[in-house]
Design a protein around this ligand. Structure first.
Ligand code: BES
Ligand code: MN
Ligand code: MN
Length: 462
């Protein structure tokens, strides 16, 4: 690839400033107060794609936020790469824990990023990583080195479940036709230990509501004589794990694939320091399912976690009350072969069955999606591996991630193509947390590596 490094050097400041401008728009898809900002972000992506060399860019309306679709065809006989990313971001709260405002990006140094990182909501997830692809395209078109056809599909509802993208994909199979899908929305092990994500977990997200008496009661007059929904809810939740931290829902593990000894020892070769892991989180010990290592627990094993729980009096001081209702939001991370709709049903049946007669239970499914694993002998993986070897001078390690991008399994089903997950974020980049950031090194390294993927994918496809 002719002069990618010098191109980056020459345009580095502009690349950073353009990303900073994009990060200033608070495109929070979950919060209706930001609708116009989300729409403005889609417009801004459209303009960036046009400037980067797409021939046509459309804003495709959906029942929710639009999908930005761009394309450049150079020769119908050459392969087509479909780039997917998302322009929406998570809410910024708790806002008081940010050291600088979430939508006023600043560059600061960190232990993992001695060259500096851009701090802003969406810096890593996914505006920064998505924008690397726009800048890589700019390089390839402006230096006449685009080796194949390219399509971009950038959505605005990933953080809220990609409901409308599901429809869009099913209705636009021909438009989206491709030879490989390329996504940067995951992470890698460390800046000097490149890795490629070969698996994602599935997800089932539910909300539960426990109703006791028909009104809040005086906890002295009624306490001890009627069921307290909060006491009941916490007891029910506690029973969902046994003493070995196995999940107790009948049938939950039926479809879970046990990895062979060889696969597990392959996995264990990835560099990992338990001591540093604990130190970074300020915990004295890790916690999880018996019989599995930390890296196994957060990738190849399914989990169940309460994401939020509320009810009763939480204001200042004390109020003696037995609340009428208690609530919780619960997510289950699933592994390939577990069907998220089936698991949601198993959860519902079990949760309803363990409630005492004294309360009523309501389980409402939110959203979900299937997990994904991809082999490392595919053309796409091989091309990605070569690209990292070129720019990092190291062979990347294949690694399954614990996170979820539910649309990836749908891509395989509906479009029949493999997805390559070239993520450049670090676990310490605090995605979804206060002080999210993305390393300048990572941003520029991504821009440098992506054109090699195009080159090698085109060559290996011949
Ligand atoms: N980019 C993340 C997923 C991710 C991050 C995967 C790091 C692997 C490594 C994505 O934006 C995300 O947050 N997904 C959600 C699921 C979605 C349905 C809300 C998640 O994993 O919680
Ligand atoms: Mn993301
Ligand atoms: Mn996310």
């Amino acid at each position: 690839m002719q002069n990618i490094q010098s191109y980056i050097k020459e345009h580095k400041n502009r690349f950073i400033n353009e990303l900073i401008e994009l990060l200033k728009i608070p495109s929070i898809s979950a919060d209706s107060a930001y609708i116009s900002d989300v729409l403005k972000t889609a417009e801004s992506i459209k303009i960036s794609l046009e400037k980067a060399g797409c021939e046509t860019v459309e804003i495709c309306e959906t029942n929710g936020f639009p999908i930005v679709f761009g394309e450049k065809t150079i020769n119908k006989n050459l392969p087509t790469i479909l780039v997917y990313g998302h322009y929406d971001v998570q809410p910024a709260d708790p806002i008081e824990l940010w050291t600088s405002p979430p939508f006023e990006p600043v560059i600061k140094k960190t232990d993992s990023h001695p060259e500096g990182a851009i701090f802003a909501r969406g810096a890593c997830d996914d505006k920064g990583q998505m924008y690397m692809h726009v800048k890589a395209l700019e390089f390839m078109t402006s230096t006449n080195q685009l080796p194949c056809n390219v399509k971009f599909m950038i959505e605005g509802e990933e953080e809220v479940g990609s409901k409308n993208l599901n429809e869009f994909v099913k209705n636009n199979r021909k438009k989206l036709k491709n030879d490989v899908i390329l996504i940067s929305d995951t992470g890698m092990i460390a800046n000097d230990i490149p890795s490629i994500t070969t698996g994602l977990r599935g997800l089932s997200y539910v909300e539960v509501e426990i109703t006791g008496p028909n009104r809040d009661l005086h906890s002295g007059l009624y306490g001890g004589a009627v069921a307290n929904p909060i006491n009941i809810l916490t007891k029910m939740i506690a029973s969902l794990h046994d003493e070995n931290n196995h999940i107790t829902i009948p049938g939950f593990y039926d479809a879970v694939e046990e990895l062979s000894k060889t696969e597990r020892s392959e996995m264990a070769k990835a560099p990992f320091s338990l001591e540093n892991y604990q130190k970074a989180l300020n915990i004295d010990s890790v916690y999880g399912e018996k019989g599995y290592t930390t890296n196994e627990r957060n990738s190849i094993r399914p989990t169940l976690d309460v994401n939020g729980i509320w009810g009763g009096y939480t204001g200042e001081g004390a109020k003696t009350v037995i609340a009428s209702k208690a609530y919780a939001k619960i997510s289950m991370r699933l592994v390939p072969h577990q069907d998220w709709e089936e698991i949601t049903q198993l959860f519902k049946n079990h949760f309803e069955s363990i409630a005492p007669k004294s309360v009523k239970v309501k389980v409402t499914p939110h959203h979900g999606g299937q997990g994904y694993v991809t082999p490392i002998d595919s053309t796409g993986y091989q091309a990605a591996s070569k690209a990292y070897q070129k720019t990092f001078e190291k062979t990347p390690i294949p690694q399954r991630s614990g996170g979820s991008i539910p649309i990836v399994a749908l891509f395989e089903k509906e479009l029949n193509s493999k997805t390559i997950l070239m993520g450049f974020g670090l676990d310490s980049d605090a995605i979804h947390s206060p002080n999210e950031h993305f390393g300048i090194f990572n941003y520029l390294k991504g821009i440098e590596t992506i054109p090699y993927f195009y080159k090698y994918f085109t060559e290996l496809s011949k």
